[in-house]
Ligand binder design. Structure first.
Ligand SMILES: [Zn+2]
Length: 157
């Protein structure tokens, strides 16, 4: 599930994979797409990184029952009012690589609607028909009124 936000984007996905594997895979993928890791919290499983003027917070959560939730948050240093052409290239590259590796590991993805387990390369949930291609599963709020945050925040880049 993807939620475009103010100058950034959040993406939340659930996978059926061993927690430790999911955790270490994050660093492989960040490294491969050129995101520098600034800090890693091995207690709460949070990674902070950056690439040029983009900042990334990635959180891994143990959902129990063999599932993990990966939360990817991309943002600018300061909240940006409105982005005409939001840049999702890094989040796309990250998940593409991450899920490619999961497929190689024969991991499962949980359907975000019904929780059914599907192979990481499945297009539609066989249980409820929900599209599993997360990259296209975006909440489109592009018609959001410009100017709502303008009075409160101002971008400086
Ligand atoms: Zn489903």
């Amino acid at each position: 599930m993807r939620i475009p936000g103010a100058g950034g984007v959040q993406d939340i996905r659930i996978y059926e994979v061993a927690f430790r594997d999911a955790w270490s895979l994050i660093f492989d993928c960040l490294n491969d797409i050129g995101i520098d890791v600034d800090s890693r919290d091995e207690e709460h499983f949070v990674v902070h990184g950056h690439k040029k003027n983009k900042y990334f917070d990635i959180t891994l959560q143990d959902m129990g029952d063999g599932a993990v939730q990966l939360f990817f948050d991309q943002h600018k240093k300061h909240i940006e009012v409105y982005t005409w052409r939001p840049d999702y290239s890094d989040v796309d590259a990250f998940y593409k690589l991450y899920e490619q590796r999961l497929i190689e590991m024969k991991a499962f993805i949980r359907c975000t609607r019904c929780g059914h387990k599907v192979r990481a390369n499945t297009k539609f949930c066989p249980e409820c028909g929900t599209k599993i291609n997360f990259n296209e599963d975006a909440i489109d709020n592009s018609d959001e009124k410009k100017g709502f945050f303008e009075t409160i925040f101002r971008s400086d880049d």
